[in-house]
Design a protein around this ligand. Structure first.
Ligand SMILES: [Zn+2]
Length: 183
């Protein structure tokens, strides 16, 4: 028996495996100190804060809206919040953090929660000075915690591209330079 049947349909030559985008080869770039990613694309499996191997690698969603929208706060906080919720642009990625930066982030989250302690404490004293001090401490701890807990700082998100700051230079250095012009 001859297995080489010349009339058989040509056997397809082995296909190269589909390209893996685990490292975001063509969907993840650097531009100066900024990280550019296609919305939905995953980041490298490294800590975005320091570039060490990630001990946690999970999907996170980031939101952005035009800074002009903040003018609405002058009009009314509630109006701003409603409009911001409607028009904000989302982008989700698998993002890595090392154990050290996971711990740091947990501390910032804890601080944001603990900001309620001076607030409640100040009002329990029922004296103007203490209330003022309590509110002041509350705001400082709250915003310090909220800013510190951010994994990435969105600079701009469109359906085509998400731009982030606050990314480890080591991680950025491992990415290709963005090949296109940005407006
Ligand atoms: Zn780290």
């Amino acid at each position: 028996m001859n297995d080489d049947n010349p009339y058989a349909a040509p056997q397809s030559s082995p296909q190269p495996p589909p390209l893996q985008h685990a490292h975001g080869d063509d969907r993840c770039w650097r531009d100066g100190a900024e990280l550019l990613v296609r919305p939905g694309a995953d980041l490298p499996r490294s800590c975005v804060k320091c570039g060490d191997p990630a001990s946690e690698y999970r999907s996170r969603t980031f939101y952005w809206h035009s800074p002009w929208l903040y003018l609405l706060i002058l009009l009314h906080m509630v109006v701003y919040l409603i409009v911001a919720l409607i028009v904000r642009k989302p982008a989700s990625h698998q993002v890595g953090l090392c154990a050290r930066h996971q711990g740091q982030r947990r501390n910032f989250i804890l601080m944001a929660w603990l900001s309620l302690v001076p607030l409640i404490g100040g009002f329990m004293f029922e004296r103007g000075g203490m209330i003022l001090l309590g509110v002041l401490l509350f705001l400082v701890m709250l915003f310090w915690g909220l800013l510190g807990m951010r994994v990435l700082k969105p600079k701009k998100i469109t359906p085509e591209l998400a731009v982030y700051a606050g990314v480890s230079p080591r991680l950025l250095a491992s990415l290709p330079r963005y090949p296109h012009r940005r407006d």
